[in-house]
Write a protein that binds this ligand. Structure first.
Ligand code: SF4
Ligand code: SF3
Length: 526
């Protein structure tokens, strides 16, 4: 196997041998490569044909399946490969019986990519991992009935390009196009979420778990949470969010359910410890699922493209009865079960998406003009297990009192239980939502730049990002495509960015690897 798509990749270079650091086995990695190769074959066919809504869905699901910590299940991946082949055959029925070797519709051997010249491999990896992340967002929008043909058709263009011999300049342009199209995709998902569930409102969320049966819901999919809330209505079962599902509490149509009670635990990488002995089932709707420990293996349920061998998978009919029955059988805690975040706080506040922040834009602008707010930091991105990630906790703790911290995605669990006080009635830490709500942050930055009649890069705003998986890749590409400069990136730089490509990113965009909170703050504010 060879895989270097996430931040924790072995030795900072690539997972090889029998399994990856994430627990993905060699055979699973090979099947994921086969699936990607089949998707490239499908894309080649689609470029000369007319893909349907069903074809788009197959591509979106296939790409989403290969994101880190999504599918550990060989059978499920084999099924996805068969689906991809069937979609290709539907577009080019005569092809499967043709023996001549033309590359027009052929599947691609991913070994060609992994062994390519390192700069070409680097650029194609940025595109591939970027569209994997984007596919997850397209999926969440699609289940709510929102789809965009520019986004859908770009998947084919990008996949087909990975299978072609292209020069670095052409690929670099496609990397930027990936960022631009992902921005469209995040806008689509923002529209899907807010038109379906309302504009997020600032909401305090408890980390304490009440006595009685409950279900923990993890991942990013609001639609799954909504269906589960409906199916558990009046059954005496409480629902707790986990990880990236926390911002769901802020959506009016979801917070209206009285049994949506609070948030269980902290970021994804602590699940093996936090789920140990849990008297409740956990439903995974997206990444990040870790290898399941024996002590809670009877309580993990998956849905969508998430899959793990021997765990119950809830199919497209979305009948959550097995999860509900498990919750009733386990019964939950006997009495109130207090839990805290990593800094000891027991409440989290979320819901500062663009709607809320822009509604107080005048207040924010006045506070900047009066000198009460000197700087904004966007400290966001993924969390992960590496020790260096306490940088983000220390960074936030050390930010001066006249600065505001906007945050999003699961990296916020490093500091979202801290109370850093307020400036003029605004909390100093504002959680804008999930990783895809980077769209909200971008809208706020653009609005502020408009109000101050300057460019986004001239604002007193610094982005301090943490990355782990492929959604962070597409978001980073969107920020670069918008021309946003001087981003701080950590905890380590991606293994798939070659030294030459890194030079391009540093020269064009001023990307800096994080150093220490003290030194970086001095550089930013100095
Ligand atoms: Fe390694 Fe990350 Fe790939 Fe898993 S997803 S095999 S940890 S690089
Ligand atoms: Fe987190 Fe897994 Fe990336 Fe959506 S949930 S940000 S790591």
């Amino acid at each position: 196997m060879f895989c270097f798509q996430c931040e924790q990749t072995a030795g900072g270079t690539g997972c090889q041998g029998r399994a990856g650091v994430c627990g993905k086995k060699a055979n699973t990695a090979t099947l994921q490569d086969e699936l990607t190769g089949a998707l490239i074959g499908l894309a080649r066919t689609a470029m000369n044909s007319t893909p349907t809504a069903e074809t788009h869905k197959t591509v979106i699901e296939g790409l989403f399946t290969t994101i880190t910590n999504v599918s550990f299940d060989d059978e499920a991946i084999e099924c996805q490969i068969a689906k991809t082949e069937a979609a290709k055959q539907a577009m080019a029925p005569q092809c499967s019986s043709c023996a001549s070797k033309c590359v027009r519709n052929d599947n691609y051997d991913m070994q060609n990519l992994w062994t390519d010249n390192e700069d070409i491999r680097s650029l194609k990896s940025l595109i591939l991992f970027g569209i994997r992340g984007m596919a997850a967002y397209a999926y969440h929008a699609l289940v709510l009935g929102y789809t965009d043909d520019e986004v859908n058709l770009f998947f084919y263009k990008a996949l087909a390009a990975i299978g072609e011999e292209l020069d670095a300049d052409t690929l670099l342009a496609l990397v930027m196009e990936t960022g631009n199209v992902n921005l469209k995709c995040m806008e689509l998902l923002d529209r899907a979420n807010t038109e379906t569930y309302g504009t997020p409102e600032p909401t305090k969320v408890t980390m304490n778990i009440e006595a009685g049966p409950f279900i923990v819901v993890s991942g990013h999919d609001l639609y799954d949470l909504h269906l589960l809330l409906e199916q558990t209505k009046g059954k005496g079962i409480n629902i707790y969010t986990h990880g990236e599902m926390l911002p769901a509490h802020a959506y009016p149509a979801l917070k209206a359910y009285p049994h949506l009670k609070g948030n269980f635990g902290t970021a994804w990488q602590n699940q093996q410890k936090e789920f140990d002995g849990l008297p409740a089932p956990v439903l995974f709707t997206t990444n990040c699922l870790m290898p399941v420990k024996q002590s809670y293996s009877d309580r993990i349920f998956t849905t969508e493209v998430v899959a793990y061998p021997e765990m119950v998978h809830i199919d497209e009919d979305k009948d959550f009865t097995p999860v509900i029955n498990k919750a009733l059988e386990l019964g939950g805690y006997r009495e109130l079960h207090p839990m805290t975040g990593i800094n000891g706080g027991d409440t989290l506040t979320t819901g500062f998406a663009r709607g809320t922040v822009l509604s107080v834009a005048d207040k924010v602008i006045d506070a900047v003009k009066a000198g009460a707010i000197k700087h904004f930091f966007l400290v966001g991105g993924c969390d992960g297990a590496r020790p260096g990630r306490n940088y983000y906790t220390d960074f936030v703790k050390q930010t001066p009192k006249d600065t505001i911290i906007l945050t999003l995605a699961c990296g916020k669990y490093r500091f979202n239980d801290l109370d850093l006080g307020e400036i003029g009635g605004l909390p100093r830490i504002m959680d804008m939502g999930q990783c895809n709500d980077a769209y909200s942050a971008i809208q706020v930055a653009i609005a502020l730049a408009g109000a101050f009649e300057c460019g986004v890069n001239e604002l007193p705003l610094t982005l301090v990002l943490s990355w782990y998986e492929q959604k962070a890749v597409c978001i980073l590409l969107s920020l670069l495509a918008l021309g946003i400069k001087n981003i701080y990136l950590g905890p380590t730089l991606p293994a798939f960015v070659s030294p030459n490509i890194l030079n391009v990113l540093v020269e064009k965009f001023g990307i800096s690897p994080i150093s220490t909170p003290e030194a970086d703050l001095k550089k930013i504010l100095g």
